[in-house]
Design a protein around this ligand. Structure first.
Ligand code: PNS
Length: 168
């Protein structure tokens, strides 16, 4: 049984993430979407919020071989713990490449049996990122086309609330 881990901040999940998760789910036996900690980022949604939103999307789409988890340690330790064969990540543009390449090589150095598989993002999602969703949503723009429909209300609500707090 081939298990892969799809790690990321998912702050929040976007249609771009979902596309990668769905494609991985069609290829591998078991896919674990891991809300992992990125020390370089300050997250907007809490880890339990991010996990709950992904779980909702996975349930809604009946992705029966997809699980969701959180972890605040080293990714390679998690990979070993769950017996995964590979890390799956989406690659949007050249701008992603250097950072993703560095992480893939580091993870491979730390755990030589761990491979990283990159899925090229569908062209319709090339521009999309969680930070774009946060920026547009905070300023009251329409984010319905950027995030999965079933989690739109909670994403919209929290972004709007935070922009109101900033105004005062
Ligand atoms: O969505 P992101 O923020 O680009 O994902 C980055 C993430 C969370 C996958 C990366 O920061 C990570 O693997 N974090 C876990 C801690 C770790 O192992 N860091 C070293 C990576 S080389």
């Amino acid at each position: 049984m081939k298990t892969v881990v799809c790690p990321g901040s998912f702050d929040p999940i976007t249609n771009g993430h979902l596309d990668i998760i769905q494609r991985a789910s069609g290829i591998f036996d078991r896919v674990i979407v891991l809300v992992a900690s990125n020390q370089e980022k300050r997250n907007f949604f809490t880890a339990p919020e991010r996990k709950a939103m992904i779980e909702k999307v996975v349930r809604e789409l009946n992705l029966s071989n997809v699980e969701v988890d959180t972890d605040d340690g080293l990714l390679v330790n998690y990979i070993q713990k769950v017996g995964a064969s590979a890390i799956v990540k989406g690659l949007r543009a050249v701008s992603d490449f250097e950072y993703e390449f560095q992480m893939a090589l580091t993870n491979h150095k730390l755990l030589p049996q761990c491979e990283t598989i990159f899925f090229t993002t569908s062209s319709k999602n090339m521009y999309l990122s969680s930070s774009i969703v946060r920026q547009v949503g905070r300023l009251g723009g329409d984010i319905t086309q950027f995030v999965p429909e079933c989690v739109y209300p909670e994403i919209h609500e929290k972004l709007l609330q935070s922009s109101k707090r900033q105004e005062v």
